[in-house]
Design a protein around this ligand. Structure first.
Ligand code: NI
Length: 202
């Protein structure tokens, strides 16, 4: 077999393999597509949860149903991201005027060890009385954090204290409890406002 013939054979072999791989990927894509939409009926972000509000009442996703909501995860000892986000959301709710009533804003602690319903209540009172603060047992918080695909990590600090690393995005959920998008930390106010207005418009 001369060298040219070997090259031709190898080229054809490669073409056949690539065609097979491409066909398989396309087929997989077609298989996965409709199943993802119809399948479980659960969105990738969000889902059922059980938590406790700042008045000690049990709150589940059913209590939020029927109204869109902006939900984010943080902790009261947070030095910058959480207070900034809460302050910005308060401003945005002011900008929305009467439409703010069509929206729930929810703050879920990632640090239930320190953020009891009582401490959440006093913390949130410096921002807006419209923010629903939610805490719970470690298991309840771990469950909702996993369902929203939130990252959280306890980081020890000097003197035996600790801080929490956590996802900074605000999750936008429809009245049906389905994920609609996010507002990133530091996103321009006009863009964030437009997203909230779209959310309440349905
Ligand atoms: Ni924070």
């Amino acid at each position: 077999m001369n060298a040219l013939r070997v090259v031709r054979l190898l080229t054809w072999a490669l073409v056949v393999v690539l065609a097979g791989v491409t066909g398989y990927i396309v087929w997989q894509g077609r298989q996965a597509g409709p199943q993802d939409v119809v399948g479980s009926g659960e969105a990738a972000v969000g889902g059922p949860f059980t938590l406790v509000d700042t008045n000690g009442r049990t709150i589940t996703e059913k209590d939020l149903a029927g109204k869109p909501y902006a939900i984010f995860f943080g902790f009261t000892h947070c030095p910058d991201v959480c207070p900034t986000t809460l302050a910005e959301l308060s401003v945005l709710m002011g900008e929305m005027g009467a439409d703010a009533e069509k929206l729930n804003v929810v703050f879920v602690t990632v640090d239930p060890e320190r953020d009891t319903p009582e401490s959440l209540k006093s913390y949130l009172s410096s921002f807006s009385d419209k923010v629903i603060g939610l805490s719970g047992t470690e298991d309840q918080v771990a469950d909702v954090v996993a369902k929203y695909r939130v990252y959280r990590r306890k980081v020890p600090t000097e003197g035996g204290d600790y801080t929490m690393d956590h996802t900074a995005a605000v999750f936008l959920m429809g009245a049906d409890g389905r994920f609609r998008g996010t507002i990133s930390y530091g996103e321009a106010q006009a863009d964030a406002l437009a997203k909230l207005q779209r959310l309440v418009a349905g």
